[in-house]
Write a protein that binds this ligand. Structure first.
Ligand SMILES: NC(=O)c1ccc[n+]([C@@H]2O[C@H](COP(=O)([O-])OP(=O)(O)OC[C@H]3O[C@@H](n4cnc5c(N)ncnc54)[C@H](O)[C@@H]3O)[C@@H](O)[C@H]2O)c1
Length: 249
């Protein structure tokens, strides 16, 4: 028996990286998935590779509230309601704060933080109408320790953790669970663009397990958090980091 048969989900940034793996994991468990992504090339690839009837790609920039509302409303109407939301889209940039431009900082906040707020606002009425649901926000281990040149990124992820707790309390009475996943370093196009080869090896060697988590493992954890197996779990941030946050110097 598939774990998410008959369920529906919105995954932001579902065209590539971790979002793609989460969307694939949901679809493999029988869930109908809306993939909201702003990358037209990824969008084309995904449209061709999605399982028949399982995936619904939407060309959508999550920093634009109207685009998000349009995509979420359209998907909920097409599939008859909404059960799950995964807030995953990100704009990566690592630099010392002192030299970061206003444009880059604005874009990071617009995609990583405001994109999550817009998606929650768009999705919540549909989850309430369904009588309950589950949300998974993508946090990071960068909340637990300082990552070189990641001041803005870490600040956004700290806000995502706070938002996760707040929404868990605000929406709990309506049967909506809100949790976060905090991956350690995962090899994706976005993370590869900000971490050098030496940086990956340094990170891997710090983990007690001697390996880094994969996007597919994050996908499996997202399936767990939205599934009935996690029915009593809300307001938590679950680390998937091969133990990097508990390893000493
Ligand atoms: N990869 C890691 O090491 C790592 C570690 C911890 C947390 N995370 C978190 O996991 C999530 C996914 O990261 P990733 O590494 O897969 O990133 P990625 O950059 O590889 O993929 C991000 C996806 O989001 C899409 N996207 C970007 N801006 C968008 C926008 N404005 N609207 C819609 N879609 C947009 C991209 O097109 C892409 O498909 C992020 O929230 C990230 O912070 C990643």
């Amino acid at each position: 028996m598939k774990k998410l048969t008959g369920k529906t989900a919105v995954v932001t940034g579902g065209g590539g990286g971790i979002g793609r793996a989460i969307a694939d994991a949901f679809a493999a468990e029988g869930c109908k998935v809306a993939l909201l992504d702003h990358d037209a090339a990824l969008f084309e690839q995904r449209s061709a590779s999605l399982p028949p009837g399982g995936g619904h790609p939407y060309l959508c920039d999550v920093s634009d509230r109207r685009q998000v509302v349009r995509a979420v409303d359209d998907f909920a109407e097409r599939v008859g309601g909404l059960d799950f939301v995964v807030n995953n889209a990100v704009y990566f940039s690592y630099s010392p704060l002192a030299v970061m431009t206003e444009d880059v900082i604005d874009r990071m906040i617009d995609v990583g933080l405001k994109g999550t707020l817009w998606t929650m606002q768009a999705a919540t009425p549909h989850l309430v109408a369904r009588g309950g649901g589950a949300v998974v926000n993508l946090s990071s281990v960068a909340v637990s320790f300082a990552v070189r040149h990641a001041a803005v990124y870490s600040a956004i992820k700290g806000a995502i953790d706070a938002l996760t707790r707040q929404q868990a309390v605000e929406l709990g009475a309506q049967g909506i669970r809100v949790n976060a996943l905090a991956p350690g370093p995962v090899s994706t196009p976005g993370a590869r663009s900000v971490i050098t080869d030496e940086g990956w090896e340094a990170r891997r060697s710090r983990t007690p397990l001697g390996r880094l988590a994969t996007a597919e493992e994050v996908g499996a954890s997202a399936v767990f958090l939205v599934s009935e197996a996690a029915a009593s779990i809300t307001g938590v941030t679950l680390k998937i980091d091969a133990g990097i946050t508990v390893s000493g110097p």
